[in-house]
Every structure is written in C-alpha cells, then in structure tokens.
Write a protein that binds this ligand. Structure first.
Ligand code: NAD
Ligand code: UD1
Length: 333
C-alpha cells in the first residue's frame, strides 16, 4: 500500500517507516523538520535498501499535502506530525493548537479533497489524565492535564465527528504509553535537541558521560520502590502496532481508540538498573523533589489492541535499554 507518514522524519515515524517498507509497503515521508533532521532519510534508505521519498513541508500547507497525496497515489495516512513537549505547550498553547489541531484539520481537508479516508493518528495516554482507576482502559474518562494533552483529545474528538459524518472513514487513534528504544541497527533512535526532558534519553546521556548525573524526581510515591512507574514500550513494538492498525483499517470502518503499551509498569529505579546492566556503566543519580504535574504511576490495559489488531508488545525492558545504548554508542558519541 502507498502510505503517507506526516512527521515522517521524527522518532516514532522513522521506526514505523522501516517496519512498513520492509513489509513491502511504499512509504512517503512528509515533515517540516522542526524537530528532526533530514539525515534520517539516508539512514532509513541504508536500513531498508529502498528509496524513500521525502517531502519537506508543513502539514498546515493543505495544497502541498494534496499534491503529495495525488502524486504519490497515497492510500492511507499515518499522522505523526505534531509538537509534543508538555512544558512548551503550557508556555505557548497557541503554537500547540496551531500545529496539532490546525495541522490535522489541514490534513483532513487534503484527504477529503482526494477521496482518501484511512487514517491512523498518534494519540497519547496523556488524554486520560489523573487515573480514576488503573490500568487505563479505552473507556477511562478523558481529562488531559495540560494543553498538549488537550490538543490530542480535541483531534481524537474531531476525528470521531468526521467518522460519524461519513461511514467511509476508517480511523484508528493509537494512544501510546511511553515509547523508548531504538532500531537494532543503531542508525535511528530518539535524539532530542538540548537537555532531554524524558527519562530514557536522559539516562542514556548520563551513561555516555554527556551529562553528569540523573535527578530522580521523587522516591516517596506509593509505588513498589517509591519512584514513578510507567508503561515503557519499545519503539519497534510500537512501529509494528502501526502496521497492524493499517491492516485493521483495510477491513474495518469507523473510529477506534486503542492503547499501545505493554500493560507492565516499570519504576524509574528499574529502568536505571536495566540501563546499567545494558551499558556496563554506573549511572550517578540523586533523589530530588517530585516534578510538578507528574503522576505516580500509569499503565495500559492492552486487551483492545490484542483483540482488534492481533498485536501485542514483545520486547522487554532490557531490550529497550540495550537498543538505546547501541544507538547512543553508534550514532550519538
Ligand atoms: P518527533 O518530534 O520525533 O516527531 C514529530 C515530527 O513531526 C518531527 O519530525 C517534526 O519535525 C514534525 N512536525 C511537527 N510539526 C509539524 C508540522 N506542522 N508539519 C510537518 N511536520 C511537523 O516526536 P515523536 O516522539 O516521534 O512523536 C510522534 C507523534 O507521536 C507526535 O504526534 C507525538 O505527540 C505523539 N506521541 C509521542 C509520544 C512520545 O513519547 N514520543 C507519546 C505519545 C504520543
Ligand atoms: C512525559 C509527558 C507525557 C508524554 C511522555 C512521553 C510530562 C508531564 N508528561 O510523561 O505527556 O506522553 O513523556 O514519553 O512531561 N523522571 C526522572 N528524572 C528525569 C526524567 C524523568 O525521575 O530526569 C521520571 C518521571 O518523574 C517519571 C518517569 O521518570 O516518573 C518518566 O518520565 P518521562 O520520561 O518524562 O515520561 P512521563 O512523565 O510519563
């Protein structure tokens, strides 16, 4: 199938591009490079030994999107393009609504103009907010706690309305938990600019000596060892989940929200220990106060993904840590 990946040069999209291309799909990548680098494309071509078309552009440019859809005979879209920093979304909500919500409206207009109706959307566990119960299932109330999460919820609702308006639409909103890890080649992975906000890339930079020590945000939570617990999912599992969603939409119409996680929470300390084992390096760390806005623990119910997509995550926390260390040593030193 000819599949357009918006935000195609980004972290999750690049891994998904590999999985799709290796399964015989033709992927076309579209990205404004606001949080990624064009050099990713050459690495994708090296991994897949295929030519991967790349178009530099903004998803808010409806006309350019429409042209790409026509020229590349696009049959389905995976919409990764968006901004994802919670802190930045609090400081500049307009930027977030403009990119994430307006960007999706523009994409939908381009799709509609071309009679295209298969869409997978990158949503987030952040749509659930403060847990009323755990693990979160897809029926859990949706109360995001920041503008970033609001943009994801608004897009989900908009897509639901669109699919109610016309039964031809086929939409999967994939609610990712905490994606980490890298492709086994070590050629692509997560490479945030500046000092990372998220745990795994921060730990990787401490292990490699680029940062002096990890601050652990609180060890007095009501969790197994007092540190925060999350449902970390290997990005290659996540990538395979996208392919399963595309296959699912071939056979099913309507709007579907699906958690993509492992269903297993791991603590900050477990991740740190796992990374020390994978890298053979000690991770200097200190306990500091809780990070404002952090939840103690959250993780997914994964039955829906298994039932609808026939997909479940396979890779362990150790494999996540090993792949990040492999990427760190091969591509980041
Ligand atoms: P990423 O920043 O690596 O990838 C997003 C890509 O979109 C970047 O390459 C960026 O340049 C591009 N982009 C942003 N705005 C654009 C625009 N207006 N037009 C065209 N391209 C644009 O992030 P990622 O981690 O790969 O996340 C992909 C998607 O998954 C995002 O929508 C994100 O909100 C969502 N998500 C990510 C996580 C996570 O932890 N990484 C968790 C849940 C959901
Ligand atoms: C963050 C985002 C969330 C996003 C997710 C993607 C916030 C409030 N939430 O979630 O919207 O979907 O990333 O993966 O930013 N930690 C430390 N030290 C650090 C960094 C993190 O102890 O230097 C701890 C945190 O307190 C948390 C855990 O590590 O317990 C994971 O943190 P992080 O990787 O930032 O992810 P989330 O907080 O789950």
């Amino acid at each position: 199938m000819n599949i357009l990946l918006t935000g195609g040069a980004g972290y999750i999209a690049s891994h998904t591009a590999v999985v799709l291309a290796q399964a015989g799909h033709q992927v076309t990548l579209f990205d404004n490079l606001s949080n990624s680098q064009k050099s990713v494309i050459a690495n994708l071509e090296a991994i897949t030994a295929k030519t991967i078309p790349f178009i530099e552009g903004d998803v808010r440019d409806t006309q350019l999107l429409s042209q790409v859809i026509t020229e590349h005979h696009i049959e389905a879209v995976i919409h990764f393009a968006g901004l994802k920093s919670v802190a930045q979304s609090v400081e500049d909500p307009i930027l977030y609504y403009a990119n994430n919500v307006q960007g999706t409206i523009s994409l939908l207009e381009a799709m509609q103009a071309n009679g295209l109706n298969k869409l997978v959307f990158s949503s987030s566990a952040t749509v659930y907010g403060d847990p009323e119960y755990l693990p979160y299932d897809e029926h859990h109330p949706l109360k995001p706690m920041n503008p970033y999460g609001q943009t994801k919820l608004q897009v989900e609702e908009m897509l639901h309305d669109v699919s109610r308006s016309n039964a031809d639409w086929r939409v999967a909103c994939l609610r990712y938990f905490n994606p980490v890890g890298a492709h086994p080649s070590g050629l692509i992975g997560e490479n945030p600019s500046g000092i990372p906000n998220n745990l795994m890339p921060y730990v990787a930079r401490v292990a490699s000596g680029h940062l002096p020590e990890l601050s652990i945000f609180g060890n007095d939570y009501d969790t197994k060892d007092g540190t925060g617990e999350r449902d970390y999912i290997h990005v290659m599992d996540l990538a395979e989940g996208h392919m399963a969603a595309i296959d699912f939409l071939e056979k099913h119409s309507g709007w579907h929200a699906i958690n993509l996680g492992t269903g297993q929470p791991h603590s900050v300390m477990e991740l740190v220990t796992g990374f020390e084992k994978a890298s053979g390096k000690a991770i200097p760390r200190k306990i500091v106060g809780r990070r404002p806005g952090d939840l103690p623990v959250y993780f997914a119910t994964v039955d829906q993904a298994q039932k609808l997509l026939g997909w479940s995550a396979k890779r362990s926390l150790d494999e996540m840590c090993e792949s990040v260390w492999n990427f760190q040593t091969k591509s980041m030193s």
